[in-house]
Design a protein around this ligand. Structure first.
Ligand code: F6P
Length: 355
């Protein structure tokens, strides 16, 4: 049984733990040979791969990043023949054959899953593993990498609290997550943020300013705002995507945190500062939760291979490891539900969503 593995999209804590889980379970339960494909789908297109030794999967449980390397090969261009004149889908199918693969395990986020589904529709045996700090893959309660990023972003908020309180400032912390607010919601709640701004709940800056004023009346002269990088105001929400982008490029600060801080300084008498932890949120060793989840996901992928069940991606549903059909989840968004229990819980402890 020849199993190809690749990691695609942004790197993420837990990728190596998941690779190790697939490999160890595959060696134990199947007569497996594992082919490591370099730098995501790019390696599959270019035929850049190596036959892995068992030892290469040792000592990587706690290692951040990915031993296979990764790249972003946008799904929207997969069927487009670009300047290099390469038919990418054809090349991937040919290399799959040349490697004599029985299946391909693709670890990645939304884009990775869309391409995994495309390859599955093209007749390849594909299994997905849901990784992303954004937690925005449909059909799984959690993706691996998410909890590590929550811990990192929470630590940032914890540390910022001291400066905010000592200087009586409003600190605006911009948290990753792409178009989804999961990471900001969880880190904001865990870090005791006073305001949480999410893409799913467009904010009104006047209301956010009111929070600062009301806190001051209560003798609380500092405010912590956790803002998702994809957060949008109510005016932006009413615009078309292109219009919104144009408006953003025209304003003084493109980044949402800086834009909000500048607006709040005008609307209140409070000094504001911004913090953008950026890629730190994706770096370093996975937390214990992610090590366990990644391992479980990897082991389940090996079981699916053994059972000959392809065209699926592994998922966590209600604390059970299971799988979904790629066709059912690829390209389906998973936003935070503004009416969910967790958002209601946050509102019940007076966290403002700026709406
Ligand atoms: O999808 C993970 C993520 O870190 C997002 O949260 C963020 O918007 C994006 O990737 C950043 O991508 P890049 O590393 O390509 O700048």
């Amino acid at each position: 049984m020849r199993i190809g593995i690749l990691t695609s999209g942004g790197d993420c804590p837990g990728l190596n733990a998941a690779i190790r889980g697939v490999a160890r379970a595959a060696y134990q339960t199947l007569d497996a040979e594992i082919i490591g494909i370099r730098a995501g789908y790019r390696g599959l297109i270019d035929g850049d791969y190596q036959i892995m030794e068992r030892g290469q999967f040792s000592g990587i449980l706690t290692l951040g990043g990915t031993i296979l390397g990764t790249s972003r090969t946008p799904f929207r261009n997969m069927r487009v023949v670009e300047e290099d004149n390469v038919d990418k889908v054809y090349a991937m199918k040919m290399n799959y054959k040349a490697m004599k693969l029985d299946c391909l395990v693709a670890l990645g986020g939304n884009g990775t899953h869309k391409t995994a589904n495309l390859l599955s529709e093209e007749g390849l045996n594909v299994i997905g593993l849901p990784k992303t700090i954004d937690n925005d893959i449909f059909g799984t309660d959690f993706t691996f990498g998410f909890h590590t990023a929550v811990d990192i972003a929470t630590d940032v908020i914890d540390r910022i609290h001291t400066t905010a309180a000592s200087h009586s400032r409003c600190m605006v912390i911009e948290i990753m997550g792409n178009k989804a607010g999961w990471l900001t919601l969880y880190a904001g709640m865990a870090g005791g943020a006073d305001v949480i701004l999410l893409p799913e709940i467009p904010y009104d800056i006047e209301r956010v300013a009111k929070v600062l004023d009301e806190r001051a009346k209560l003798g609380k002269f500092f405010t912590i705002i956790a803002v998702a990088e994809g957060a949008i105001s109510q005016e932006e929400a009413a615009m078309k995507k292109k219009e919104r982008e144009a408006a953003r490029t025209e304003r003084e600060f493109y980044n949402v945190s800086q834009h909000i801080a500048a607006q709040l300084e005008q609307l209140t008498n409070v000094e504001c500062r911004t913090v953008i932890p950026g890629h730190m949120q994706r770096g370093g060793s996975p937390c214990a939760y992610d090590r366990v989840l990644s391992t479980q996901f990897g082991v389940h992928a090996a079981k699916l291979i053994k059972d000959g069940q392809f065209g699926v991606t592994v998922a966590l549903v209600g604390n059970q490891i299971t799988q979904n059909r790629l066709a059912d989840i690829a390209g389906v968004p998973k936003p935070v539900d503004p009416d969910s229990q967790i958002v209601k819980a946050a509102r019940n402890i007076s966290i403002s969503f700026g709406d």
